[in-house]
Design a protein around this ligand. Structure first.
Ligand code: ACO
Length: 432
């Protein structure tokens, strides 16, 4: 197969009954081969059927590479392990969005922009007042991001695109922290320009007017690591949602707001909250984790081991590997002993040896250990998915920007196989 980047090379052959059709192929820079079916319906009248899009490439992208079999994750070619060890979240955000690691001047400018756009319009504070204290912060986050389009109405792909990207990156953490303060009834803490991105977020969440507060270094570093590990993950549910909505040329804020909603679900970003709730349930039920392994194996029970399994990773999730190591370190440095960490490790150990999980290639994913670290940092469970959204934001923005910059990009519009009633006549009410 020709290795040239994204060129149409060899052809695949498709036989329908006796007829033969040639389909061009496309090859990625890591030798990933796609069969180009864009003309399939025109040529054959047939479409492909792929429930859940497990085998469907929806775009060509040069942002993130994943090899699920080998447990590889790279942003713009850089291995996640190296970025986790040597980089920081702002560096990684720039890399994802603009395609290269920033030099010193670029990084300083980016940091300056991100600090100087972190305030939200004072009128937006009134929106927070309208939510009940029990509102889930993901609902608030999504509504607030969508509301940004009322304050910056020109947020399409125009001359201001870079400014709006910076605004969104800078303001999301303020919105996230304000939604937390609102939920606990404390006064809002405004962003500070002298702090790093992660320290500022933590300061806005945990500082109170009555006493001095300094963000512990270990907590700041742990958050930065978590944000880096979540920053992009190619065409997952929320990212595809951002692209889908953005493909109609909906503005940046509307597109990202839809991604936040998609992330919220328990099968996606919401799993980090579910993992902790599951571990707590096991602990309160006497800590018998083997019972829950058996429950997960029982197809009738509908119980799933949250934080286990992944559509793409079929060997290990490299992010989970990094976080497992980090969980021990962070908890011991913060001085927290969490029985849930022991339950999680026991669950993992047993599951990895169990035929059910081995056969189905089910391994811990990024959410399995992230919640334990968030807990140790003092972040409440219902804020976990918000932290995920904060990390994923640069990835969503990069993917949205790439889509808008792709020449000839079309609105997303999948087909379907209709299985409903065939044509029938309307029945008047009295005859039904
Ligand atoms: N516990 C028990 N069994 C599981 C689990 C699990 N966590 N995950 C998958 N399985 C089983 C399925 O029941 C299925 O079994 P079967 O073949 O006997 O029917 C088999 O493994 C294949 O699973 P699918 O659901 O078909 O896999 P899919 O790729 O569609 O789903 C997903 C992947 C959604 C992540 C799934 O593994 C899951 O629900 N995991 C728990 C939720 C979770 O942790 N989500 C976070 C994912 S990471 C992220 O989004 C950041």
């Amino acid at each position: 197969m020709n290795k040239d980047h994204l060129t149409l090379t060899d052809t695949a052959k498709l036989f329908i009954n006796d007829k033969e059709f040639d389909l061009p192929t496309t090859v990625g820079s890591e030798d990933e081969v796609g069969i180009d079916i864009s003309q399939l319906r025109n040529k054959t009248g047939a479409i492909t059927f792929d429930s859940g899009y497990g085998n469907t490439g929806s775009c060509q992208s040069s942002i993130t590479f994943i090899d699920g079999e080998k447990g590889i994750l790279r942003y713009r070619g850089y291995p996640i392990e190296e970025l986790a060890e040597k980089s920081n979240f702002i560096d990684v955000s720039f890399l994802l969005i603009f395609g290269h690691l920033p030099n010193k001047a670029e990084l300083e400018r980016f940091h300056f922009q991100l600090t100087h756009h972190s305030l939200i319009h004072e009128d937006m504070k009134k929106f927070f007042e309208g939510f009940p204290p029990t509102a889930h912060p993901m609902g608030i986050l999504s509504a607030m991001v969508s509301s940004l389009s009322a304050f910056y109405p020109e947020a399409g792909y125009d001359a201001d695109v870079e400014l709006n990207i910076v605004r969104l990156l800078a303001k999301l953490k303020t919105i996230a922290a304000f939604s937390y303060k609102k939920s606990i009834g404390q006064p809002y803490v405004y962003p500070r320009n002298d702090l790093s991105y992660s320290a500022d977020m933590l300061n806005m969440m945990f500082a109170v007017p009555s006493e001095p507060y300094e963000v512990p270094k270990v907590v700041e570093e742990a958050l930065d690591l978590l944000l880096i590990l979540h920053a992009d993950h190619e065409q997952n549910c929320s990212t595809s949602t951002v692209r889908m909505v953005g493909s109609s040329e909906a503005n940046l804020f509307a597109s990202i707001s839809s991604g936040i909603c998609a992330l919220w679900g328990p099968l996606h970003g919401g799993a980090n909250q579910q993992v902790i709730q599951m571990l707590e349930k096991i602990k309160n039920d006497g800590g018998d984790y083997k019972k829950y392994i058996n429950l997960a194996k029982d197809r009738e029970s509908k119980f799933k081991l949250m934080g286990f399994g992944h559509r793409v990773y079929k060997n290990f999730d490299p992010r989970a590997k990094i976080l497992k190591g980090s969980a021990d370190r962070v908890l011991s440095e913060i001085g927290v002993k969490d029985p849930l960490l022991d339950i999680a490790k026991n669950l993992e150990e047993i599951a990895l040896k169990d035929e059910f999980f081995i056969e189905r290639k089910l391994y811990p994913n990024v959410d399995f250990y992230s919640g334990i670290i968030y807990r140790a940092m003092g972040i409440p469970t219902n804020m976990f998915t918000v932290m995920f959204a904060l990390g994923r934001l640069p990835g969503w923005i990069a993917q949205w920007k790439e889509m808008r910059e792709t020449p000839g990009a079309r609105i997303y519009r999948p087909r379907q196989i209709y299985t409903g009633e065939t044509k029938r006549s309307f029945v008047p009410l009295e005859k039904r």
